[in-house]
Design a protein around this ligand. Structure first.
Ligand code: AMP
Ligand code: ZN
Length: 695
């Protein structure tokens, strides 16, 4: 090849390459924008537009493109939240502006006093207040510079906190970048609260219970503990959320928009992609309206998905805030209105021992009934022997009990100093309270167990768990009903749920035709629950909902697990030694296998139906057009089937068309298609055969 043609050839190659890179860059940027949009819909707006698995697919596509082209990764790419590694020790960092505490108020009187002082200091007749929830979590401070999230810290002593940037990047309601520059903001320090909602807190404690660990007392402890985990990836699994409610400091260019009021600040934060309490806040004139609002809000407290311990009342105008300034402890322009504490003291009367579904023996404290936050508490879990020892609890002791929202009551502490001398130590039974089998305690565990698999108490608990909401979700099959049917001998094991003697049940007192029919229907419906629910429902030790999902994805059929060695099990994402061992043991037991077979014969779903398989179907890349009247399907249904299997609908006949599906009275489209040899012409039955539906 001569020189000139070499140059031409090289040039062509380079041009093609750079066109590719450009295209790739564009593709990656687009994916990021789409992912950020959906992250925002889900985590900030709480209003997702796509299914979780669809989001996962977008995310995986981005990951794939970036892995192949590491030079195109940017620090604010959604993929950069994860895998940030382990922090040995958190650095101490100074806040740009100190994080102060809030003055507290507990009643209308306190608020009237505070309002009077604020009006005097401001010289105004009436003040406008912005009232918002006092989120009960862990406070954080975030810095953005040139639109990028650069540092996040805990409150610490208010002047300096710990640098937890890597952990905060795991929280998806915190944007990695935000267009502050639109408002002329070059650097900003914003404040907020990280929390874990009640539902996730409950699940988190369930996870601890599965591992025989005592639960955390309240969501606040869970949130602040989570922020200080050394391995950032684990933080991502805690489902933390962040509300951002305060702009503490700004460095702006000359032409910046004056924010004016606190309420406007919240709106700007929201527009920029933060979860600020714009919808939760209320701007009110005068303290009377504020007091009214506070009492209404307190009444609604339990309806919120997360914990709040009060409201914060802030003077809305920033210029007045500035005028009032702050003391060394707290701003004069804000005050917290604290809700009634949900703690009470009561006496421990006796301890009962309950048998769980895995045979674990849980001591339960029976206390003198005491109302806490509108609910009467009479019994509380004592978890295990270690808990009793650590909290120094004896029968007859005064106990401090807390009930955080609708969360299970928890014993905060005992008061040994109040003992009179007739208190008794709590002694553990040596035999199962139900089947009297001698209890055992594995050396590395805190819990005593009944080793008898057929122990009636365990069987009942297993059935209750199987039917519960997060498992097979059999409505109407609660505690009481399971116990009753077990006593009658109708529920001897899990499969017997599917062969209940309905005629007998109909004869029972208190079972109307309607409720029996509903129960029957709920049981029938449970047969088609997805595999992960069944796995969760089995109550295998250490396997909760999350692991159940991973396992369901990893197999085609549940019994695949029975053929896997421990090492293979450990190769499944998130399955560690302990979990692998537990699965392995479960599937080595003959009675478990025969139970699963019985369930399959009863019609339960043991196959794993993977959502990806449906969307990435056999029609991927194929194009379709329908013409004429279809008989078995509506046009829209037929089109949806094509799309569900990865095909595409075209609007007209062209050489790009692969299939023309012809119904009755097809017209010009059919004529045109006949002239293009590459188009397959097919009738409705042919189409149904192709998409795997019987004609
Ligand atoms: P305290 O710790 O009781 O002095 O209350 C002050 C703390 O309340 C602050 O440090 C924040 O962490 C927290 N807080 C929760 N929600 C808000 C809110 N909407 N505005 C201000 N502070 C809040
Ligand atoms: Zn037993």
């Amino acid at each position: 090849m001569d020189n000139i043609s070499q140059i031409i050839a090289d040039g062509k190659k380079l041009a093609a390459q750079s066109a590719d890179t450009l295209f790739l860059q564009q593709h990656i940027t687009e994916l990021r924008t789409i992912i950020r949009f959906h992250e925002h819909r889900y985590y900030v707006m709480n209003d997702p537009l796509i299914a979780d698995f669809e989001f996962d697919q977008l995310y995986k596509a981005l990951e794939k493109a970036e892995t192949a082209n590491p030079s195109l990764i940017t620090p604010d790419s959604p993929t950069q939240r994860v895998g940030s590694g382990v922090t040995k020790q958190f650095k101490t960092v100074n806040h740009l502006v100190p994080m102060l505490s809030l003055e507290n108020s507990y009643n209308a009187e306190d608020l009237y006093d505070w309002d009077r002082k604020a009006r005097e200091l401001s010289g105004l007749q009436e003040l406008t207040y912005c009232v918002e929830p006092k989120f009960d979590g862990a406070s954080i401070s975030l810095i953005y510079e040139n639109d990028q999230f650069t540092r996040g810290a805990t409150r610490g002593d208010g002047v300096a906190g710990e640098d937890i940037t890597l952990n905060l990047k795991q929280i998806r309601s915190i944007p990695l970048s935000a267009p502050f520059s639109q408002y002329g903001i070059q650097q900003i320090e914003i404040r907020g609260e990280v929390l874990i909602n009640k539902e996730n807190f409950r699940k988190f404690n369930e996870g601890l219970a599965e591992q025989n660990l005592p639960p955390l007392a309240n969501p606040r402890n869970a949130a602040s503990g989570s922020l200080r985990i050394k391995d950032a990836r684990l933080v991502g699994k805690r489902n933390l959320e962040a509300f951002i409610y305060h702009i503490a400091y700004m460095q702006t260019s000359e032409q910046h928009e004056a924010i004016g009021s606190h309420g406007r600040g919240l709106e700007i934060l929201w527009e920029l992609g933060f979860r600020s309490p714009v919808h939760e806040k209320k701007v009110l004139n005068g303290i009377d309206a504020v007091i009214q609002f506070c009492s209404e809000y307190e009444a609604k407290r339990d309806e919120l998905p997360y914990e709040i311990d009060g409201l914060v009342i802030k003077i809305n105008e920033l210029s007045i805030q500035e005028k009032l300034g702050m003391t060394t402890h707290h701003p004069r322009w804000a005050i917290a209105y604290k809700f009634k504490a949900r703690q009470a003291t009561s006496r421990l009367l006796q301890v009962e021992f309950q048998v769980g579904r895995t045979g674990s023996i849980t001591p339960v404290a029976k206390i003198e009934p005491v109302p806490i936050g509108g609910v009467t508490v009479a019994s509380i879990s004592l978890h295990n022997q270690d808990f009793i020892r650590d909290k120094n609890i004896c029968i007859g002791d005064q106990l401090l009990v807390e009930r955080a929202g609708d969360v299970i009551p928890y014993i905060v502490k005992s008061f040994p100093e109040l003992r009179k001398g007739d208190e008794q130590t709590i002694t553990f039974p040596e035999n199962c309270p139900d089947c009297h089998t001698p209890l055992i305690k594995p050396a590395d565990e805190a819990v005593w167990r009944c080793p008898n698999d057929l122990c009636p108490a365990q069987v009942v608990e297993r059935i209750i768990h199987f039917a519960s909401k997060d498992a097979m979700d059999i409505r109407g099959m609660g505690d009481a009903l399971v116990r009753k049917f077990h006593e009658k001998g109708w529920l001897s094991d899990i499969p017997s749920i599917y062969s209940l003697p309905w005629d007998e049940i109909r004869k029972l007192d208190g079972f109307g035709t309607k409720s029996v029919n509903n129960l029957q229907e709920a049981i029938e419906k449970s047969k088609s629950q997805p595999l992960f629910r069944l796995i969760n429902a089995l109550g295998i030790r250490y396997i909760g909902e999350t692991t159940a999902k991973t396992l369901a994805q990893a197999v085609n059929h549940l019994l695949d697990l029975s053929r896997m060695e421990k090492e293979q099990l450990q190769n499944i994402e998130d399955v560690g030694v302990k979990v692998a061992e537990s699965i392995y043991q479960y599937f080595r037991q003959e009675n478990n296998i025969s139970m699963l077979q019985a369930l399959e014969s009863a019609g339960l779903q043991l196959n794993s139906i993977k959502q990806e398989q449906v969307s990435d179907g056999n029609l991927t890349g194929k194009t379709f057009l329908f013409t004429g009247t279809l008989f078995k399907l509506k046009r829209s249904e037929a089109e949806a089937m094509v799309e569900a299997q990865g095909g595409k609908i075209l609007s007209g006949v062209s050489s790009k068309l692969d299939y023309l599906i012809v119904g009755e009275d097809a017209g010009s489209k059919l004529e045109k298609a006949k002239k293009i040899a590459s188009i397959n012409i097919m009738d409705e039955d042919g189409f149904l055969g192709m998409v795997g539906k019987k004609a």
